[in-house]
Write a protein that binds this ligand. Structure first.
Ligand code: PGA
Length: 252
């Protein structure tokens, strides 16, 4: 199980440090559950020190696909690695919707992250209109296919997938456990086809979209739900810690 917090564009330096300390305390006894927080870029260096001797890993929310160059305002994978990042979220629906992220750019970033030694958390998920049209499987399968194009994966822990139905993100609406399991199983089958059963069975497939302490259990007990990518509820150490505790209690 992996529980990762996506802090999005929230918190100043002091707030980020306080939350990191809170998360550290709240998840100190998480057992086998892996824990990560993904703060805004500017807090990564400081939080890397704060989290140094803890089990909480650090992730970024995006990166550029090039390693360096004339890309004002951008951040590279090797920079993230150098400030202590383990994970990087790629292809989040907010980036696809609001910042022109495409399947092709996600694929380029995934390749760069893997080459650099960062673990990409690749986000996929359908819009409400697509689910209403019964096209959710087709949409997710296509996003997975493009994101993983030309990849050969040797280790299951090199990559994480997050299924985040767009209509569930920040809306208070969650996928039903059945809806989540159905798409997670589809993603697993695509991973099996590309990487083989042994690797695919060990890749963490996270659910994201309004997960909170109240609904985490029914989602996390699904056989192909291996954790959560948590937005709103990750901004309160208590709630985030409660989700981690639930993950621990249902850990496989
Ligand atoms: P949410 O966000 O938990 O606030 O719905 C999840 C995400 O965007 O990763």
């Amino acid at each position: 199980m992996l529980i990762a917090g996506n802090w999005k564009m929230h918190l100043d330096a002091r707030g980020a440090n306080e939350l990191a300390r809170g998360v550290m305390d709240a998840t100190a006894d998480a057992g086998p559950v892996q824990v990560a927080v993904c703060p805004p870029y500017v807090h990564l260096g400081a939080l890397s020190s704060t989290l140094k001797n803890s089990r909480v890993r650090l992730g970024a929310q995006n990166m550029h696909s090039a390693d360096k160059g004339p890309f004002t305002g951008e951040i590279s994978a090797s920079m993230l690695l150098s400030v202590g990042c383990h994970y990087v979220i790629l292809g989040h629906s907010e980036r696809r919707q609001k910042f022109g992220e495409t399947d092709a750019s996600v694929n380029a970033k995934v390749k760069r992250a893997l080459r650099t030694g960062l673990v990409p958390i690749i986000c996929v998920g359908e819009h409400l209109r697509e689910r209403s049209a019964g096209a959710e499987k087709e949409v997710v399968a296509s996003q997975i296919k493009f994101a993983l194009e030309d990849l050969k994966l040797v280790a299951p822990n090199a990559l994480v997938i997050a299924y985040e139905p767009v209509w569930a993100i920040g809306t208070g609406k969650t996928a039903t456990p059945g809806q989540a399991q159905e798409i997670h199983a589809l993603i697993r089958s695509l991973l099996v086809r590309q990487f083989g059963g042994e690797v695919a069975s060990g890749v963490h497939i996270l659910y994201g979209g309004s997960m909170n302490p109240g609904n985490a259990r029914e989602l996390l007990v699904q056989p192909d739900v291996d954790g959560g990518l948590i937005g709103g509820a990750s901004l309160k150490a208590e709630d985030f810690g409660a989700i981690v505790e639930i993950a621990q209690s249902v850990s496989r």
